[in-house]
Design a protein around this ligand. Structure first.
Ligand code: PLP
Length: 416
């Protein structure tokens, strides 16, 4: 019986982990550890899986805009470009990176928050770029800048609103609603009560808003579907009201948020039902805007990457058994250290199964108690020198990593 996480990229043969047909230990020996290993074919497979899952949207037109913050590595971006996706970028740096790789500006949405006048000036300097504002308060400044630059480019302007409900796997990544489940006031988007004001003001300043954007949060699983459907309903109804007053919109952006499977017991967000719900609501509403945008990050790249680390030694203390490894979470894969719910599957690549697994904490090499990749995991007892694979590390790993403790970030290796 294959393991739940086995697929064309990750396979077990002779009790060893293979990556696209190559032993993980061999890659670790040749390239060194810690090491990110990315499979470019796996990104294409995930893209195909997404396209297939969204097929109930037909005959509506939709574009997939990859959320570049999930992983900004050049080969991954080139692979996604070859699939035909666009980009969701949240900073001038991300927009520049996307342009460098070859994404056309017309397929880049700049959806940053707390934007500075430099950020706005930058956005105005890129012909074709879509600027999605999340504050009405920025409009006068935007107008002043267009005058200053004497830009006569037709600005492609959209608004990100906050539909009043959000959903995510951790309070810190719930991005809509009044406040998160931990009580953090949510900074994103425009309050629904101020959306008409945003449209009116934009038009009075000579802009023509072209669409409405929302992003509710990250890491949706099966149980999140009812809340997400409700938010879809709100977006469609609101867009319809805007169209009635100010004419057809060009696009409706539903954001990202769908989680890949990180653990065996985690349900998957029902993408086909989501697509069907969106189609039905749009068809029933008579909405004219027929271009739909989705902005997945995790879904496309999380399962295409993993982190290989080496076990330095096994330590026992207060009844706990630690596998002490040559990498730190903050420097390579901060998710488990930041979000308690972020559980990554760990595989002993040197010995995948044994009849007598032990319970381990996978301890990193940084001076912080939270620096553990996983705890309470059952694995064959690793030997010093064994290679552990921390799976599904392709999203928000390398892109969030720091040089905390002045330890460097891992290198990356690409399977093509
Ligand atoms: N769109 C926006 C505006 C985001 O902020 C994010 C993530 O933070 C995403 C899309 C992608 O989310 P995910 O990786 O969960 O799909």
């Amino acid at each position: 019986m294959p393991e739940w996480w086995e697929n064309e990229f990750l396979q077990v043969k002779n009790n060893k982990l293979y990556l696209e047909g190559i032993p993980a230990e061999e890659i670790a020996r040749q390239e060194g550890t810690p090491l990110y290993v990315y499979s470019l074919p796996q990104i294409k497979r995930k893209y195909q899986e997404l396209v297939e899952a969204l097929s109930p949207l037909k005959p509506l037109t939709y574009h997939i805009h990859y959320a570049l913050k999930a992983n900004a590595n050049q080969p991954l971006l080139e692979t996604l470009l070859s699939c035909g996706v666009g980009i969701d970028a949240v900073s001038p740096g991300e927009v520049k990176k996307a342009l460098e790789v070859g994404f056309p500006a017309e397929k880049i949405f700049f959806t940053g928050t707390s934007l500075s006048s430099e950020d706005l000036r930058f956005a105005l300097s890129i012909p074709g770029l879509y600027l999605i504002l999340d504050a009405v308060e920025l409009l006068p400044q935007l107008k002043a800048l267009t005058r200053e630059i004497s830009s006569d480019l037709p600005l492609k302007l959209g608004f990100r609103w906050n539909p009043g409900i959000g959903q995510g796997f951790n309070a810190k990544v719930i991005t809509a609603g009044a406040s998160s489940t931990e009580g953090i006031p949510i900074k994103f988007g425009i309050d629904p009560h101020r959306l008409e004001e945003a449209w009116k003001q934009a038009i009075s300043l000579g802009f023509q808003p072209s669409g409405l954007h929302q992003h509710l949060g990250s890491g949706w699983t099966g149980s999140d579907f009812p809340v997400i459907s409700q938010a879809v309903e709100r977006l469609v109804r609101t867009a319809q009201r805007l169209e009635e007053k100010w004419g057809p919109l060009e696009f409706l952006d539903f954001g990202g948020g769908f989680a890949p499977r990180y653990q065996a017991d985690q349900s998957l967000f029902p993408l086909r039902d989501y697509a069907l719900t969106i189609k039905n609501k749009i068809q029933q509403s008579g909405l004219k805007s027929k271009l739909l945008i989705f902005e997945p990050g995790k879904f496309l790249v999380a399962e295409a990457g993993l982190l290989l680390v080496k076990v330095e030694y096994i330590k026992s203390s207060f009844g706990h058994l630690f596998a002490c490894v040559n990498a730190g979470t903050f420097n390579s894969l901060p998710r488990p250290a930041i979000y308690p719910e972020a559980r990554h599957k760990v595989v002993n690549a040197s010995c995948v199964h044994s009849s007598q697994p032990v319970t381990l904490t996978i301890a990193g090499n940084l001076c912080e108690t939270g620096d553990v990749f996983a705890w309470g995991v059952k694995l064959p007892l690793p030997q010093p020198g064994d290679i552990l694979a921390i799976l599904h590390a392709g999203a928000y790993g390398e892109s969030m990593a720091s040089t905390f403790n002045l330890r460097s970030r891992p290198r990356a290796f690409y399977l093509t």
